[in-house]
Design a protein around this ligand. Sequence first.
Ligand code: NAD
Length: 446
Amino acid sequence: MTDKYAQLVNQGPGRNVAKKLGLPQPAVLRRYEPGQPLINGPILVQGSTAGADALSAELLSWDLDVRRHAVPREKLGAIILVLDEVAHPEDLEKPILPAAASLRDLAAGGRVVTVSRPASDADSPAAAAARQGVDGFLRSLAKELRGGATGNGIILRDGIEPTSPSALAALRFFLSGRSAFVDGQFVTVSGTSGELAGDPDKPLAGKIAVVTGAARGIGAAIARTLHRDGATLVLVDVPAAGDQLAAVANEVRGTALQLDISREDAGQRIVEHAAQRHGRLDIMVHNAGITRDKLLANMDQPRWNSVISINIAAQLRINEALLSSKHFRESPRIVSVASTSGIAGNRGQTNYAASKAGVMGMVRATAPHMAALGGSINAVAPGFIETEMTARIPFALREIGRRLNSLQQGGLPLDVAEAVSFLASDAAAGINGEVLRVCGQNMVGA
Ligand code: NAD
């Protein structure tokens, strides 16, 4: 599960050989550690709207070093392009081009973040063109960045200010090392609810969270990350993984619930377990998932059914039980793990892609109900992540899967976990019904 190639080309003679041959040299990504600064270096806020002014003032209040104009040859930690008032594609030039020269000064692991409005049918054609233009611009720019730098965007629905809690939460996430493997992506803020955590290192303090499939891989990383961020945990996995589950539960001082999530009564069992120990539950993370790959021409019923049953039918049933329970009422949060296979499709994965696209459909359709409860439901769609699941892929295919993204490497389970924690936090309550890809800007079906 280690990326030996990346290790080789990042040290000693391997680095020089790779450089001479023009081979991919995946950068060591800047990842979050509690207590570290949000960003390494000054932040250039580009744009002349009231939103840009308000955002700059907010960043100054976070004690960050904010610039409103580029200073030639000064290393920058981040560039924020505030494009919230563009009404014609010709408006894009003024805020964007002056920042172009500064890209050379962006530090390794730096960030570019756009702040814009969604294009909608109600816009004039020119405004829709300008707003949609930000999408193509940002996704292309992200592909041009090097040295582990990333580019992502925040889209503010009309009426949402750039300084609304969830816009700021998204900005913190994108600027920080928590978003190391998120690249070329947009998050839409649609609500004004949410509150920034008093302690940014403990955004889940006091929360009770359930994580399924927590015995290993991404689920275990989610458990560790939610624990680090302050949550109390209930960890679920199949009885066959009981020992591994107990080990993770001990590590994060949570409780283990041995349970096959495809059982009819799984939702009731989860609610009962959480209610008995903690009186309630606040965060449900649907992570457990399986693959049973076959070309459709060779697909049999057990392969098809087990994937649909565990990856999506179980989530639907558990959500129903949770949402009809009085123990999941206070600003309840659901985060589901989907997959980029469900977006782009993948040969040999018709069953898996149907289940993961199904997760995204479920998330969108459940969002209004969650909003009515003051909560949210979102999905995280990982791309190639270094786990036992991907370690089973044949070597050549695995190498292709790893390198075919803007960061030229696989992500870590931790990277998925960081996105889950962000979406489960109080501050992100205004983000609802979204799918956030953690894929390093996967080129396949991007
Ligand atoms: P993994 O196989 O390493 O771990 C999955 C865990 O889920 C295991 O502990 C397993 O025992 C548990 N599980 C399986 N069926 C269960 C059931 N019926 N009830 C309870 N627990 C069950 O997988 P992973 O790579 O850590 O993947 C975690 C999630 O991320 C899955 O939903 C997967 O589809 C998704 N994902 C993974 C990748 C990747 O690159 N690894 C990419 C995209 C999406």
